[in-house]
Unconditional design. Sequence first.
Length: 171
Amino acid sequence: MGNKSEIYLAGGCFWGTEHFLKLITGVEETQVGYANSLTPNPTYEAVCTGETNAVETVRVIYNGDQVDLEKLLELFFKTIDPTSVNQQGGDIGTQYRTGIYYTDATQLIVISSAVEKLSKQYDRPLVIEIQPLQNFYEAELYHQDYLDKNPKGYCHIHPDLFELAKKARPV
């Protein structure tokens, strides 16, 4: 992948998380789907039951020459309440938990450091799931780029944060 890397981020409903991340300079590709599912190829309906243990996640391909993982995580953290268990905004359920799923063990050093730094801003413990990616299944087509296709669609992320993503300084 050259200077390209990938990371999988879960921050509640994947519609807003995807929309936010794709605005960041250096993010080259996003895809929404379900990570670490106990069931192969789960549907949205199955994920919503909680029985698959899948989490709504965004696959992020980024150019490390333009944005590094530390900066991506710093921006991602602005879109979540890292102390909220299985809920972001009005979305409630295990599929809406927050998580960082890595594909390269070297990413764990950056992730651990970023989460440690974030924890100093809170009195309560953080509940961000940090695990290696076990699997990722692409979500149904209507979920991909949802907020581009439905600009007035529901999103738990405050609109001002989308402007922050656009203005984020690259590496």
